[in-house]
Design a binder for this molecule. Sequence first.
Ligand SMILES: Cc1cc2nc3c(=O)[nH]c(=O)nc-3n(C[C@H](O)[C@H](O)[C@H](O)COP(=O)(O)O)c2cc1C
Length: 220
Amino acid sequence: MPKRVYIINGSPRKNYNTAQLLHAFADGAREADKEVEVTETNLYDLHFTGCRECYACKLRGGKNYGHCGYPDEITELLHNVAHADVVAFGSPIYFSEITAQLRGFLERLWYPFVQFKRGEPQIIAPKRVRTAFLITMNVGETAMRRSGYDALLQPVLQWTEYVFGYKPQVQFCYDTLQYRDYNRYWADAWNVEGKKIRHEHQFPLDLHTARQLGHSMTTS
Ligand SMILES: Cc1cc2nc3c(=O)[nH]c(=O)nc-3n(C[C@H](O)[C@H](O)[C@H](O)COP(=O)(O)O)c2cc1C
């Protein structure tokens, strides 16, 4: 059976920083294993919400016990991601955290696999899944640490590890180019020239790191 890699883009933009890192990750996975099945999904193309507390996943004798059966456009994707070998989640930072779409997706992904039956294991995910989080942001590394984005990401990483059994890999990509043409927008509070230079020199290295990550996670 070929390995299955799922790429989940939590940015609304399909060709910018986060998406490009995720494509590089996908390329690395394909390089590592010619047979691998890679599925790339843009969450913003799908109509869904976070967990609605229907509790069908906790219902005694319910057909959706241990699954998210809420009928919307991610039901099948949730199932596939939980049965994948590798999953890469990507998100820009919005107000210090991952986007609401990715957060909503993760709520739906994690919650059905956490059960509260006395005397039984708390985690009932179908398998262990290797995961990665590729996170892009406008600020540089020093500002990111000062603002604590890495600390705010910890619960997301911890729940993912708890549910899927492996410590997630994390790649931060700093000081991204927000616009192709900065002249069209009010953004001169930023060091625009510095950003352009960084995009030219550092972003290709970030893509390379993402590619290597996709490669190594698919081979391990
Ligand atoms: C609504 C919104 C909120 C943002 N908040 C932050 C933030 O808190 N910190 C930061 O560094 N960048 C912030 N950004 C910038 C994005 O994280 C950054 O441009 C990112 O690389 C965009 O990813 P993309 O190119 O894949 O869409 C924000 C952007 C938007 C649109």
